[in-house]
Ligand binder design. Structure first.
Ligand SMILES: Nc1ncnc2c1ncn2[C@@H]1O[C@H](COP(=O)(O)OP(=O)(O)OP(=O)(O)O)[C@@H](O)[C@H]1O
Length: 359
C-alpha cells in the first residue's frame, strides 16, 4: 500500500530510541506506551478506559474491541496500549496472513489466558477463518475439522479466554455477524493540527531534537491529520536540518524540507496531487469511477479509496457522487486552474463557492 517509508511488516517491535538506527524501529520507538500518553481521540480514549477499568475490576478479559479508521491513525499503537494496560501478553497477526482456517486455529489454540490478539486488516481474512473466529469469540472454542469429504469430523477444542482487538480501514466490509461480536467499536478520526503539534513535540523530544513551535505548526498543517505522516515528516525535517540547515528544527528548515519532499502547504502529497491532476486534466473534473481513477494514477483502487480519498474529501477537494468522483472548485483553485464552464462543479458552483456534499 502507498506509504513510502512504512510497511505493516516492519513496525511490530517497539525499541528504545537509542537502540535503533532503522526508520521503522524509530517509528516503533515513538509509539506512546500508555493510554494517558496517547494524544487526541478523546472519545475513544474515554470509552476504552472505561472498558479496561471495568474489566480490571471484574478480573475478567474485556469485551472484544474493533478499531476502525484510516492508515496511520494509531490502531496498532492502541492495541499495544490495551495489552500493556491490562498487563496481558499481546499476539499480533493480520488478515492477509490468515489464508486458511488452519492458520487461525494455530493462533487461537496457543493463546494464553487473557492474551490480547491483535488482528490487523481483519476485513482481509479468509472467509472460512471468519466463521471459526465467530465461534472462538463467542464460546472460546475452535472446531478443528479432521478428515475430508463425508467422513470429516469436527472436534471441538476449548481455548483460553482472550480479547480480540480487530483493526480495519474498512469497517463497512466486515460481515455483520463478525461486527456484531465486538463489544465496542473505536472509531478513529483524523487528528486536529493542535493534536499533531503535541505529537510532534513529544516525538522530537524522544528523538533528542528540539522543535520550534512554528516549525511544529508548519509540519502539523501538512500532515493530513495523521500521526504517522507527522512523525515521518518530522524525520525528514530533522535530516534536512542536520545535513543542510545547521541543525536547527526551525520554520525555515521545516519549510525547505517539506518543499523538497513535495508535501504542499495543505499537506497534499504526490499521490493526492496525481489524483487531482488526472481528475482535472483528463476527466475535466469528473465524474469518474474509482477504478478508472486508480488505473490512471497507477495505484490500486483500495489505495486510492483508503489512503488518499478520505483526506481529499474531508478537505473539500473531492466529492463522491452517485456518478463518480468529482473535483470541487477548491481543487481547481488549488491546482491553479480555472474550471471549464461545463465542469461538474465548474464555474457556476465556483461562483457559489460551495463544495458539494458527499453522500
Ligand atoms: N495518538 C497518538 N499519539 C502519539 N503518537 C501516535 C498516536 N497515534 C499514532 N501515533 C504514532 O503514529 C505512528 C503510526 O501509528 P500506528 O502504527 O499505530 O497506526 P495504525 O493506525 O495502526 O496504522 P495502520 O492501520 O496503517 O497499521 C506510530 O509510530 C505512533 O508513534
Amino acid at each position: 500500500m502507498y506509504d513510502p517509508d512504512d510497511g505493516p511488516h516492519h513496525r511490530r517491535e517497539a525499541v528504545s530510541p537509542e537502540a535503533g538506527i532503522d526508520e521503522h524501529q524509530i517509528e516503533g520507538a515513538l509509539r506512546p506506551r500508555a493510554l494517558d500518553e496517547f494524544v487526541g481521540q478523546e472519545r475513544v480514549r474515554e470509552q476504552l478506559s472505561l472498558v479496561l477499568d471495568s474489566a480490571r475490576r471484574r478480573g475478567r478479559a474485556p469485551d472484544h474491541i474493533l478499531m476502525s479508521g484510516g492508515p496511520g491513525l494509531g490502531k496498532t499503537t492502541l492495541a499495544m496500549i490495551i495489552a500493556a494496560e491490562l498487563g496481558a501478553p499481546l499476539r499480533i497477526t493480520s488478515g492477509p496472513a490468515i489464508e486458511r482456517s488452519g492458520d487461525l486455529a494455530a493462533v487461537l489454540s496457543t493463546l494464553q489466558e487473557g492474551e490480547v490478539l491483535f488482528l490487523d486488516e481483519i476485513h482481509r481474512m479468509a472467509r472460512p477463518a471468519e466463521e471459526m473466529l465467530y465461534v472462538a469469540m463467542e464460546d472460546f472454542r475452535v472446531d478443528v475439522v479432521v478428515g475430508k469429504g463425508p467422513g470429516a469430523t469436527a472436534i471441538p477444542l476449548d481455548i483460553a479466554p482472550f480479547t480480540l482487538v480487530g483493526a480495519t480501514t474498512r469497517a463497512g466490509m466486515l460481515p455483520a455477524p463478525l461486527r456484531d461480536r465486538f463489544g465496542f467499536t473505536a472509531h478513529m478520526d483524523f487528528y486536529t493540527p493542535e493534536e499533531l503539534e503535541r505529537i510532534l513535540h513529544r516525538s522530537a523530544g524522544l528523538l533528542g531534537a528540539p522543535l520550534d513551535d512554528d516549525a511544529a505548526r508548519e509540519i502539523a498543517g501538512r500532515s493530513r491529520g495523521t500521526p504517522r505522516i507527522a512523525n515521518r515528516l518530522l524525520r525528514r525535517v530533522r535530516d534536512y536540518a542536520e545535513v543542510r540547515g545547521g541543525g536547527a528544527m526551525d520554520l525555515e528548515n521545516a519549510r525547505a524540507a517539506l518543499d523538497l519532499y513535495e508535501v504542499d502547504a495543505l499537506g497534499l502529497d504526490r499521490l493526492d496531487r496525481a489524483i487531482l491532476d488526472v481528475l482535472l486534466h483528463r476527466f475535466r473534473g469528473g465524474p469518474v469511477g474509482l477504478s478508472t481513477l486508480a488505473v490512471s494514477v497507477g495505484e490500486e483502487a483500495e489505495t486510492v479509496e483508503v489512503v488518499a480519498e478520505p483526506f481529499l474529501v474531508r478537505s473539500g477537494f473531492l466529492a463522491r457522487t452517485p456518478r463518480g468522483r468529482v473535483a470541487t472548485p477548491m481543487a481547481w483553485q488549488h491546482m491553479g486552474l480555472t474550471p471549464p464552464p461545463d465542469a461538474a462543479f465548474g464555474a457556476a458552483a465556483a461562483a457559489g463557492g460551495g463544495a458539494p456534499a458527499s453522500p
